[in-house]
Design a protein around this ligand. Structure first.
Ligand code: NAD
Length: 253
């Protein structure tokens, strides 16, 4: 391990790493020396992330896994340990936006899928991660949202799922502290990724109104969320656990 590569010999799993915040986080981990497992349901995007990481000389491996499938999640973690020997850092980032609908007509199938991916997915992953890290310590970061701190109209399922992620983070942090595993969450504001861009595409008025609510008057870049995740996985945050850190340009204050 060197000062410029503090994650050398660390094994990092990032779910939803085929795109957006997950890809940016995978790139940061790789640049800092970690071997990275890129998990996603998007095989093409995942392969592209792996190619980008390997181009820089990093060790990267794609794992095709739907985080909403508990059996597949258990198998993924078994494979990580048998291939790499252990797991040091896990970023539970995979997520979907789901329907944008009024509360009283919010579709039940959309509700169920959003909760399955965004909330159950994080739960299944953390169960496996805590088991795998219990002998050797570790850091887990869950990607929640400002929607985990406040209610976003027309996004009942997304808001509920992201509030739930913070709840799971707080419970797991207390239980896993005995194994020297830290568990935190990040809560990004609107971030320039393929999940967010369609919400403002061709609608500058909507983008302007969203930006007006952010004191810093801009949306986040994926790298800014990745840098916060990295910090929460690093020794520099060694006494921080159970927190849900806003990365929001001041929106929630
Ligand atoms: N972009 C934003 O404005 C914003 C703001 C706050 C929080 N977030 C959260 O950040 C996380 C990453 O979002 P993003 O903006 O980078 O979006 P994105 O769409 O670019 O990336 C999400 C990735 O998750 C993958 N994924 C979806 N369902 C999956 C599943 N069942 N199993 C495994 N992988 C799956 C997708 O294929 C995609 O690669 C999400 O949890 C999202 O809710 C995003």
């Amino acid at each position: 391990m060197t000062a410029d590569k503090p994650f050398t010999q660390k094994i990092a799993l990032i779910t939803g790493a085929a795109s957006g915040i997950g890809r940016a986080t995978a790139s940061r981990f790789a640049a800092l020396g970690a071997a990275v497992i890129v998990c996603d349901v998007d095989e093409k995007g995942g392969a592209e992330t792996v190619r980008l990481l390997q181009k820089t000389g990093a060790v990267a491996h794609f794992a095709d896994c739907d985080v909403a499938d508990a059996g597949a999640v258990a198998q993924l973690h078994d494979e990580i340990v048998s291939r790499f020997g252990r797991l040091d850092c896990a970023v539970n980032n995979a997520g979907i936006g789901g329907p944008w609908e009024r509360f009283e007509s919010y579709p039940h199938d959309g509700w169920e899928r959003v909760l399955a991916v965004n909330l159950s997915g994080v739960f299944y992953c953390m169960q496996e991660q805590i088991k795998r890290m219990a002998d050797s310590s570790g850091a887990i970061v869950n990607v929640s949202s400002i929607a985990g701190k406040r209610g976003l109209p027309n996004q009942a399922a997304y808001t509920a799922s992201k509030h739930g992620v913070i709840g799971l983070t707080r419970v797991a942090a207390q239980e896993a502290a005995r194994y020297n595993i830290r568990v935190n969450a990040v809560c990004p504001v609107y971030t320039h990724t393929p999940l967010f861009e369609p919400l403002i595409a061709g609608n500058p008025r909507r983008a302007e109104k969203m930006m007006e609510r952010i004191p810093m008057r801009r949306f986040a870049q994926p790298q800014e969320i990745a840098d916060t995740v990295i910090w929460l996985c690093s020794e520099q945050s060694g006494f921080i656990t159970g927190q849900a850190l806003n990365v929001d340009g001041g929106m929630t204050v």
